[in-house]
Design a protein around this ligand. Structure first.
Ligand SMILES: *Cc1c(COP(=O)(O)O)cnc(C)c1O
Length: 365
């Protein structure tokens, strides 16, 4: 027999299992032939996006024959102003997943590895493995990052530590005080990727980027327009870091990694903080709307600082997920995370949350 193609690929790629995204609405429509589907599976913003974004997109459309501004000047300036940083401290990405990948490609080799937490956002491990780089997974405590153990796990070969705060899919968070202590302990050969995709939803908010980067020059803060800003479909995220680190990341990224539409949309979205505020309020109400009835059903609901809840169903969750699909409700099973009894449900509009609760009642009875 001819040897399989896998023999010839990079060793890390051989064991790679693809990321399992939330099921698209169009898939379920096709499979079940039903309409009126509720998707609470990808932590998207149920309010959509700011009306200013729509205007900015319309005015940008005539220029689509042109390449985007590869330097992202206008958006980087806006972000720098917003955070009190300089433009040369910003790196733009095709979603923050692209930024995570750029960071991995900048620092990792088959000898230089990374540390992640058990149950952390799956993309970290994927991107490290795709580099064929050593990966250490540090056991979680209470489904959250054990920062003490992660600091202790550092080796001479460690180059990156990924921290999701708040974490997806668990909703767990570490306090800024804990984070500060952790940062102070690290040796100079380690950079920390602090992924704050959900900062707008969390009680503490994100770290003050300017202050933290000045105090900890090896900190790389990743943020995104996909969640609270509602631009997941346009793929735009960014890293804030020291200027020397940003310089390296910008050498590694693709020259036109962010689209023209992504650039203008993000700039307009950033300028509409009222929209973010409304999003945050809707989310807090939604978390309350969901939590009490779920706990009333005897389910264990993990504490969450995000726009989603992680539920322990007390039994295999995959059949529950599938039964919910048949009710037209898409949530996220977490078997791929080694959490076979858990489901993650994103906070939707009040009527969507109600649909989910009713469907779950139906499935569990
Ligand atoms: C959704 C999410 C992101 C954002 O990904 P994008 O590529 O910006 O859409 C990043 N980190 C975590 C933990 C997330 O859940």
């Amino acid at each position: 027999m001819v040897q399989g193609i896998e023999t010839w690929v990079a060793p890390g790629v051989r064991g790679l299992a693809p990321y399992q995204p939330g099921k698209p609405i169009s898939d379920l429509e096709r499979e079940l032939g039903i309409q009126d589907i509720v998707k609470l599976a990808s932590n998207e913003n149920p309010l959509g996006y700011s009306p200013h974004v729509r205007d900015a997109l319309s005015s940008a459309l005539p220029d689509m024959a042109r390449y985007p501004d590869g330097g992202g000047y206008a958006l980087k300036s806006a972000l720098a102003r917003y955070y009190g940083l300089t433009q040369d401290q910003v790196t733009l990405g095709n979603g923050s997943n692209d930024v995570l990948d750029i960071v991995a490609r900048t620092f990792l080799t088959h000898e230089q590895g990374a540390i992640v937490a058990q149950y952390a956002f799956a993309i970290y491990a994927l991107t490290v493995q795709a580099m064929s780089a050593p990966l250490q997974v540090v056991p979680a405590i209470h489904y959250g990052h054990d920062l003490t153990a992660m600091a202790q796990a550092v080796q001479v070969s460690t180059r990156l530590i990924f921290i999701a705060n708040p974490n997806n899919p668990t909703g767990s968070s570490v306090s800024q005080q804990e984070l500060k202590v952790f940062m102070q302990e690290l040796p100079p050969h380690v950079h920390v990727v602090l992924d704050e995709a959900y900062l707008e939803y969390s009680d503490e908010g994100g770290v003050d980027a300017a202050t933290w980067i000045e105090q900890f020059p090896r900190l790389i803060i990743c943020r995104t327009f996909s969640k609270a800003y509602g631009l997941a479909g346009l793929r735009i995220g960014y890293a804030l870091s020291s200027a020397p680190v940003a310089n390296l990341l910008n050498r590694v990224r693709q020259p036109f990694n962010v689209s023209s539409l992504g650039l203008v949309a993000a700039e307009a979205a950033l300028a509409d903080q009222d929209f973010v505020m409304r999003t945050r309020q809707l989310n807090q109400a939604g978390l309350q709307q969901l939590r009490a009835p779920l706990e009333g059903k005897g389910l264990q609901v993990l504490p969450s600082q995000g726009n989603f809840l992680c539920l322990d169903m007390g039994r295999p969750a995959q059949p529950v997920y599938e039964a919910l699909l048949r009710q037209g409700v898409i949530v996220r099973p977490l078997g791929g995370y080694g959490m076979p009894n858990h489901l993650r449900v994103s906070v939707g509009l009040p009527e969507e949350n109600a649909r989910f609760l009713t469907a779950l009642d139906h499935v569990l009875s």
